[in-house]
Each structure stands twice: as C-alpha cells, then as structure tokens.
Design a protein around this ligand. Structure first.
Ligand SMILES: Nc1ncnc2c1ncn2[C@@H]1O[C@H](COP(=O)(O)OP(=O)(O)O)[C@@H](O)[C@H]1O
Ligand SMILES: [Mg+2]
Length: 339
C-alpha cells in the first residue's frame, strides 16, 4: 500500500542530533522516503539515538539503523543472518535484505526486527542480569567461533592494546580539562594504573590468544542487551564486531560490571564464564586498566558538555567516589598475579 503525503506525526526522543540542523525537516523527508520505498503506511517515526529510529507502521514496528558505508550495512545483515543459521536465536533479524538498499541523505539504512522490551530492563546492577548477560555472551561466542573462517577476513582483528593506548593518549591531552574537576593526585594515580596495566598487558596478551578465535561483540554495554516482553534476553548491535580471543569481550564485560560489584574481586570469581579467565596474568593486567574512567572523560571533553552537571556528576563519581575501592582492587589483583 503506497501512501504519500500523509500528515506526518513524529515524536522525537530527547537525544536529537542537532548537526542535521532542523530535525523536523529531516524526519519529514525520511517519512516520505520510507513511505514510498517500502510501500507501508507509517504512523510514527521516533529517533531513538543517533542514526537509529523506531518506525511504527500499521502492521508492525521496526527499527531503522543507518550506516555511512554500504559495506558496513551488508556485513551487519550477513553476519546477523549467519549467526541465526548457527542456531543463535537471541538476536533480531534484518528485513528486506535482498532488496535495493535504502539510501537516504548519505546513509544506507537497514530494517531490523523490533524487540518489544520488557518493563524490567536489563540492568548490570542486578546480579541475575549480570549472570545472564555473561552466559549469553559466552553462548554468542560458542556460535560465532564457527563463523570465523567466513567473516574474519572482512572484519578487523581485535587490538585492545592499541585501543587502550589511543584512549590513554587522548586522556593525557585532556588532562587540564580533567584537572579542573578532579584532584591532580587522583588523576596521576589513574594514569599510573593505565601505564602499569597496558605495559604488562602488551607483554603478555598472547597468553589470551591460545584458544580458538571467535567473532567478538566488542560493545557489551548494558544497552546492547535487550529483554523482550516474553522475558528472553537478546544481544544486539554488532557494529563493533571483530575477530579474536573471547577473553577480550570478557575483559570488557568484567570492566562494565565491576562498579556494581563494589570492585570486589571475590564477586568476580563467583561469576561463571568469567572466573576461568582469572587464572591468566594477561587478563588480570587487563582488569587493572581504568577503561571506563578514560573513556568517559574523553567522551565528555570531546563533546564539550562538561559543564553540564548531569553528565559530569557520574564521571566524577566513578573517578573520585570509587577511588578507594578501585585502589584496593588494584592491590587485590596485583596480589593474585603469578608473574
Ligand atoms: N531491534 C531492536 N528492538 C528494540 N530496540 C532496539 C532495537 N535495536 C536498537 N534498539 C534500541 O536502540 C538503541 C540503539 O541501538 P543500537 O543498535 O545499539 O545503536 P548504537 O550503535 O547507537 O548503540 C538500543 O540500545 C535499543 O534501546
Ligand atoms: Mg548500541
């Protein structure tokens, strides 16, 4: 059913990308474009974030996600479809994969099955969710290991050390900005953790590479886990997939949940799928890298919205408020090293 020129009803989420200058205009045009290309009757388009939109049609909801590069979109579509063929059904599908790509305002758009979320959002603050999350991630790795031969060639190889080095360099350039909000002595110590961790991690990281490689998710933030209305947990957003040791996703996962564990090493030991990595010195050195502090300050100062108390407060909290716990964690991990 083709429906042109309907009155546009658009709801906008808070996170508006102002770079486009006039989002009403953009959403209006997108509305007309989708209506004509997909031949569906659209009721509403909501921007969820950046280039991700929720589209409500008369028949169903779907997610529209834009990529600057057609190759990136094609890799996403192929990967998600291959992943499902391995038997992993804890994610979405892409629709219209074999049709001409939707190309609009310089981006290529994929249409993604909508997962209606549960009122109980996935939350790293909830122990059962932390456990279910890592279990799902581990299952994802079991399935992606068979995809390595077909996908590794088109994906980057994980280089966590390189990423962390860049992050540290950017942070070092931002020091004067950070010092404005945090005592110098704290920042210096955080940087010492970063140097100590990185130096040793680089030296030993080949230890992590002994197992079979997998396709890594690369972004295990809580908002990439979605619990559906029926209560099933889904893993979404494969934009950062790469090939490498599953230890790298596990390190990222550990770093994400540690603030919720009050930086207690023993709590980490109780989590299956993570505990087996704690015998590896490379992994332990990796745990010492203050990945979140550096990432969040860099992001804040990059966006130049550091004066906004809502964005500043949680970052000061993770740096200053958690400082003693983090310091103790550093000592605890060092005492576990076999090195
Ligand atoms: N298939 C989906 N069903 C329901 N919500 C989704 C779906 N895909 C994305 N979202 C929502 O949109 C957010 C951003 O999508 P995501 O693909 O993770 O983009 P980004 O690369 O910006 O993180 C997600 O955190 C989730 O809340
Ligand atoms: Mg995401």
């Amino acid at each position: 059913m083709v429906c042109r020129g309907r009155v546009t009803k658009m709801k906008r989420a808070m996170n508006i990308n102002i770079k486009r200058g006039g989002d009403d205009y953009f959403l209006n045009r997108l509305f007309s474009y989708l209506t004509s290309e997909l031949e569906v009757e659209i009721k509403e388009i909501t921007q969820l974030r950046g280039n991700v939109y929720l589209v409500e049609t008369v028949e169903r909801h779907f997610i529209l996600k834009g990529y600057k590069d057609l190759r990136k979109l094609k890799i996403q579509e192929a990967f998600v479809s291959s992943l499902r063929k391995t038997g992993f059904d804890h994610s979405y599908r892409f629709y219209n994969q074999n049709k001409d790509p939707l190309h609009f305002h310089g981006s290529y758009y994929g249409c993604i099955e909508y997962i209606d979320h549960n009122e109980m959002r996935f939350d790293y603050g909830v122990q059962a969710d932390r456990e279910k999350g890592v279990e799902l991630l581990n299952r994802f790795h079991d399935h992606t290991s068979v995809l390595v031969p077909s996908y590794a060639g088109m994906l980057p190889k994980t280089d966590l050390a390189r990423k962390w080095r860049h992050r540290k360099t950017e942070f070092a350039k931002n020091l004067s900005g950070v010092n404005f909000y945090v005592k110098k002595a704290i920042i210096e110590e955080v940087l010492e953790w970063a140097d100590f961790s990185l130096g040793n991690f680089v030296r030993l990281k080949s230890e992590l590479e002994t197992g079979l490689p997998v396709i890594l998710h690369g972004d295990v933030a809580h908002h990439n886990f979605l619990r559906s209305k029926e209560g099933k947990l889904h893993l979404i957003d494969f934009d950062l997939i790469s090939s490498g040791s599953r230890g790298y996703d596990m390190l990222q996962y550990a770093n994400r949940i540690l603030p919720y564990l009050d930086w207690q090493f023993e709590s980490l030991e109780k989590i299956s799928y993570l505990n087996k990595w704690l015998d590896s010195d490379a992994f332990l050195y990796g745990l010492l890298y203050p990945a979140d502090i550096l990432r969040e300050w860099n992001r804040l100062l990059r966006n130049r919205n550091q004066t906004h108390p809502y964005s500043l407060a949680p970052i000061v909290e993770m740096t200053v408020g958690q400082f003693q716990q983090r310091k103790q964690f550093q000592e605890e991990v060092k005492s576990r090293l076999n090195d």
